[in-house]
Design a protein around this ligand. Structure first.
Ligand SMILES: C[S@@+](CC[C@H](N)C(=O)[O-])C[C@H]1O[C@@H](n2cnc3c(N)ncnc32)[C@H](O)[C@@H]1O
Length: 223
């Protein structure tokens, strides 16, 4: 186990799944099934960016792309943004000069907002099932804000590994409030022990600053 992993001390603070608030942003975290989640994102898509800034203070997109860039310098490499949402990660990639990236998401309405934000191709897919992407298709994957309450669990790390080439990079975030309770911590170490990936970086960092929620930012290399 790396020093960073040992140093992770997770706090149990803002837990949207327990909130009585009916806001859009809480609707997505309280969804009981995929149909409810898709419906919640449908309602949220047009104001998602504003809520991210004004209500949540989400910084996971710039933070993730910054960490990702530490490991991936070649701007021509083929990247997939899984759970791309409205394309905030794409905007950050574009700003850093990346030019060859696609996006996939379960919500058509979120994808619609992402149009024009630098993606070569945007398409529908569900990470909880098999994605419509061939094995070893991408040099790298980003998955930001998807490993959280009621979205996708650690058992789907395998699907990210499948679509990324050997030696490729995967950068993902995990909401701190599900990191241990849903077994992400164990799964990350387990995949490393099986030599499926090597953890290059894992750190706890600001995630939704206006809600005082941190995220676990992880970069792995597929072996
Ligand atoms: C919190 S948003 C993050 C969006 C974007 N990555 C960002 O950082 O702004 C989560 C996104 O994951 C998508 N999503 C949720 N479950 C998914 C699944 N099973 N497969 C693919 N995308 C999913 C949602 O539609 C939504 O766009």
């Amino acid at each position: 186990m790396s020093k960073n992993q040992k140093d992770l001390k997770l706090q149990d603070n803002f837990d949207p799944s327990k909130s009585k608030n009916k806001d859009n942003l809480l609707g997505v975290y309280k969804s009981q099934n995929e149909d409810e989640l898709i419906s919640a994102y449908k309602d949220w898509a047009l104001v998602y960016d504003k809520d991210n800034d004004d209500v949540l203070g989400t910084v996971s997109q710039p933070n993730s792309v910054k960490i990702f860039h530490e490991y991936l310098k070649d701007s021509k490499l083929k990247i997939i943004d899984v759970g791309c949402g409205t394309g905030l990660v794409g905007l950050e990639l574009k700003n850093l000069g990346f030019s060859n990236f696609d996006g996939i998401d379960i919500s058509q309405e979120m994808i619609d907002v992402a149009q024009g934000r630098g993606y070569n191709s945007l398409f529908l897919g569900n990470l909880n099932k098999s994605l419509p992407i061939g094995s070893n298709s991408y040099d790298a994957a980003l998955c930001v804000g998807v490993f959280t309450h009621g979205h996708v669990g650690p058992e789907r790390f395998s699907e990210l590994v499948r679509i990324v080439k050997p030696e490729g990079i995967i950068c993902f975030t995990i909401n701190e409030n599900v990191y241990e309770s849903q077994g992400f911590d164990v799964a990350i170490k387990h995949l490393e022990s099986l030599n499926i990936w090597k953890v290059l970086n894992i750190r706890k960092h600001d995630y939704m600053v206006k809600k005082n929620v941190k995220g676990i930012y992880c970069v792995v290399k597929v072996t």
